[in-house]
Each structure stands twice: as C-alpha cells, then as structure tokens.
Design a binder for this molecule. Structure first.
Ligand code: KIV
Length: 268
C-alpha cells in the first residue's frame, strides 16, 4: 500500500500519480484493481450519486459512510476522504474533530479540503498537527461555487494567477502533502508544479502536473455533464440502459424466465 512518502518519491522520480474517485464497495474494488495510486472519496458524490446540482449539501456523515464502504472494496489502497462544505470552516476544534472522524470512523488515510486563504491555512496546520495527512485543493474549488458565480476557470487574470500561486506556496508551508489543482490555465499548473516540492494532481490543470485525477462516473460515461477536461473511456450509461430495457422487454414478451431459470419440485 502506498503512503505519503511514496507520492513524494513519485514526484522526485517524475512518475505520474493517478488518483480516481470512488464512492462505494464496487467502485473502490475496481479502482484498486485498475491500480490507481490513490483513491479520493470526493464530495462530487453529491452530484454523481445523489443527483444534486452541486456538492454543497453533502454531509460529513455521508462522507464517513461512503468512505467506509469504499474501504471494503479497496483494502490495500491509500484513501483520501473529502471534508465537506462547512466541516472545516467554523473553528479549529470542530475542524480537527471532523478530520479525525474520517480517519477513525471512515478508515481514510488522509483528508482533503478546499481553498488557500488564511483561515484554510490555519485549518491545514491544525489537522496536520493531529498527525492527519492533508491534501489541499485550489483553483475552481466546487464548494466556492456560489462565491465564484458559477463553474468558471480560475487564475486566468494576472491577479488571480498570482494569488493561486501564492496560496499554493502557503499550503506547502502549512504541511499539506499533496495539492489538487482544478480548472486553471496549463501554465499556472506547470509553474505551481515546478515551484512546489509536494506533488500536484491536476483536473483541468493541463499536462504538466505531477498526476491527474478524474471522477469515476466521468471516466465511464455515467454522468450527465461532460466538461472539456474529461476524457471518457466508455459509455456505460448507454449499455446499462440497453440491458435494463432488454429485461423489461423479455418479461413483457414472456421470454424470461425460461425453464432453465426455474426450480424443479422438491423430491425425497
Ligand atoms: O470531489 C471530488 O471528486 C473532487 C475531485 C474532482 C478533485 O474534489
């Protein structure tokens, strides 16, 4: 099983790091079998599992539940669990308690939180001080969607470019062991990756980050939306629908069940 040091070594050796999301036993099992380097139980589950329009309603209890059932399928994987909206925003005591639940109850190996302003840097330091590894997340952080005014690429103007760069450096100093960069210009992803000694994982951050992450349902063609940064490797929703329709039709036309699907009477 990989650990925080493995990812550091991978960056030094320029081995690309692969992170994928998973949310339950079957997805955890398949992502582990596919040999992803680490798994993220992301609050994207609000959208791909719960059908919400954003991630804001996901609760800590839900992340605990999904992380536990992911762990059942991915017992040998390094699992990062997302701290949901408002679970690390109030005070440092509740932040530490919430992060600890993801380790002790949910069996995650690390937690992830979004943002890089001063209060987030304090949250990262407080969690790291409890010996809990932290992944940070900058750029288009989905929990800030209302503040951003939509799903808008971040860091395009000089001021926000410099701000993200500075926040990335503060995040490293605060003790995070990894940084996710979402929807920022490729040049910024490259510059942060070169300046930081911790690994960067991109999603819509171009070709030069130390690793890449995609959402399970996006890879498989099981989500309603398809952002530009996604590469879809299958069209599972189409083939699932086809199978479900075939079952409906088989029953209706009395093609299922057949004799081979039926039991014989009890005999002594
Ligand atoms: O919640 C999530 O799945 C994420 C990834 C998209 C990075 O934060």
């Amino acid at each position: 099983m990989k650990n925080v040091r493995s990812f550091q070594k991978m960056k030094m050796k320029k081995d690309k790091i692969v992170m994928m999301t998973a949310y339950d036993y079957p997805s955890g099992k398949l992502v582990q079998e596919a040999q992803a380097d680490l798994i993220l139980v992301g609050d994207s589950l609000g959208m791909v599992i719960q059908g919400e329009k954003n991630t804001l309603k996901v609760t800590l209890d839900e992340i605990v539940y999904h992380t536990r059932i992911t762990r059942k399928g991915a017992d040998e994987s390094f699992i990062v669990a997302d701290l949901p909206f408002m679970s690390y925003h109030l005070d440092l005591n509740s932040t530490k308690q919430n992060a600890a639940r993801l380790i002790t109850e949910a069996d995650a190996d690390a937690v992830k939180l979004e943002g890089g302003k001063e209060s987030r840097i304090a949250a990262i330091k407080a969690i790291v001080d409890c010996e809990i590894p932290v992944v940070a997340h900058l750029g288009l952080t989905p929990q800030s969607i209302n503040a951003f005014g939509g799903y808008i690429v971040q860091g395009k103007e000089n001021k926000s470019y410099q701000q993200i760069l500075e926040q990335a450096q503060n995040i490293e100093k605060a003790g995070a062991f990894m940084l996710v960069l979402e929807c920022i210009p490729e040049m910024l992803g490259k510059e942060i990756t070169e300046r930081l000694s911790i690994p960067t994982i991109g999603i819509g951050a171009g070709r030069f980050t130390d690793g890449q992450v995609l959402v399970y349902h996006d890879i498989l063609g099981m989500s309603d939306i398809k952002p530009k940064f996604v590469k879809q490797y299958n069209e599972l929703n189409k083939s699932i629908l086809q199978s479900l329709q075939n079952f409906v039709s088989d029953v209706k036309i009395k093609n299922f069940p057949q004799k081979k699907n039926s039991y014989k009477p009890f005999v002594e």
